[in-house]
Design a protein. Structure first.
Length: 137
């Protein structure tokens, strides 16, 4: 039996390189940053391939994505395989993984009230972390 379409993908060298890099990185980074860091490691992977790879990994649920205020998509391999959200500092981009049982219950309630099923959602929280608060004034 073949798995769901989002889980069917090939384990190419490029995919392994991107996953390994993201697993070793704590913060969310852009595809351009992924490319630069891979090149610094001696990889020959092209920028277009990096863009395609991070998008495929995001669609497969293997990496989380975060759209920053600039509109640019950033990627991270999260430590938590369960559904969670991110609280990100708008100054230094430090990110904390958080769960939100109340948000999950609310999403189910809203979906049911409107006759929807199989609903998913994203929630992005931005603020100023304790380290940046004094500098942010």
């Amino acid at each position: 039996m073949v798995g769901p379409p989002e889980r069917r993908h090939h384990r190419t060298r490029q995919r392994r390189e991107v996953l390994d890099l993201l697993a070793a990185t704590d913060e969310f980074i852009s595809a351009k940053q992924v490319h630069t860091r891979l090149r610094e490691r001696g990889s020959t992977i092209g920028l277009t391939t990096v863009y395609r790879t991070v998008q495929a990994l995001a669609e497969a649920g293997e990496v989380d994505t975060l759209r920053l205020g600039t509109g640019e998509q950033h990627y991270r391999r999260c430590r938590d395989d369960h559904h969670h959200h991110h609280l990100t500092c708008r100054h230094c981009a430090r990110t904390v993984e958080v769960t939100g049982p109340a948000v999950e219950a609310w999403a189910r309630q809203v979906a049911a009230a409107h006759g929807y099923a199989e609903v998913n959602h994203t929630l992005e929280l931005f603020g100023t972390c304790a380290d940046c608060r004094p500098a942010a004034g």
